[in-house]
Write a protein that binds this ligand. Structure first.
Ligand SMILES: Cc1cc2nc3c(=O)[nH]c(=O)nc-3n(C[C@H](O)[C@H](O)[C@H](O)COP(=O)(O)O)c2cc1C
Length: 161
């Protein structure tokens, strides 16, 4: 028998992750949302995947715009994570946030720890989510520490030794 929703959330919430903001563009419309279900997939070619809710506005834009940007957040950017996850003022998320237009057209955040500009190469149906697979066209990596997410709380990376 399948596990229930609480068990699923408790198990998945115990998988510590970084936090990204996934952005996209179709024509003049841009949008983005906070995503922790992000992973590297392949080195040759360089592929990543994002697990995106079928009900999210961002997912629709990725499907139509055929591109997405991955912005890995810094330790100091938990407020930005909450802003891009909140439905309050959801179409004003980019206000006050400096972005640049990447090669694919995706709007990338100037002050992220890492920016990846991705061309959408595949979409895989996965229950109530869709797996968006992108090929990295360009990467920008900066100095700094990542924002970490674990059991519903933000934290910082602490080296073990
Ligand atoms: C820390 C954190 C991680 C999240 N990870 C994901 C995720 O991996 N996939 C997803 O679809 N939504 C994720 N969300 C929820 C979306 O950010 C949220 O539903 C958002 O409002 C969707 O925006 P949109 O419908 O305007 O695109 C996450 C939220 C938070 C706070």
């Amino acid at each position: 028998m399948a596990i229930n929703a609480d068990e699923f959330r408790a198990a998945m919430g115990s998988w510590a992750s970084g936090v990204t903001i996934i952005t996209s563009r179709e024509g003049e419309q841009i949008h983005g949302m906070t995503v922790s279900d992000f992973s590297g997939v392949s080195l040759e070619p360089p592929l990543v995947l994002v697990c995106a809710s079928k009900t999210s506005v961002t997912t629709g834009l990725i499907e139509r715009g055929r591109c997405f940007g991955v912005n890995v957040l810094r330790a100091e950017q938990s407020a930005l994570s909450n802003k891009f996850a909140s439905k309050k003022d959801e179409f004003r998320r980019f206000e006050g946030v400096a972005t640049y237009r990447a090669k694919t057209g995706a709007p990338l955040l100037e002050d992220a720890l890492v920016n990846l500009d991705c061309r959408l190469v595949a979409l895989h149906d996965a229950g109530d989510h869709v797996l968006c697979v992108g090929e990295i066209e360009e990467a920008r990596i900066a100095e700094g520490e990542p924002l970490v997410y674990f059991r519903g709380r933000y934290g910082r990376f602490e080296p073990a030794g």
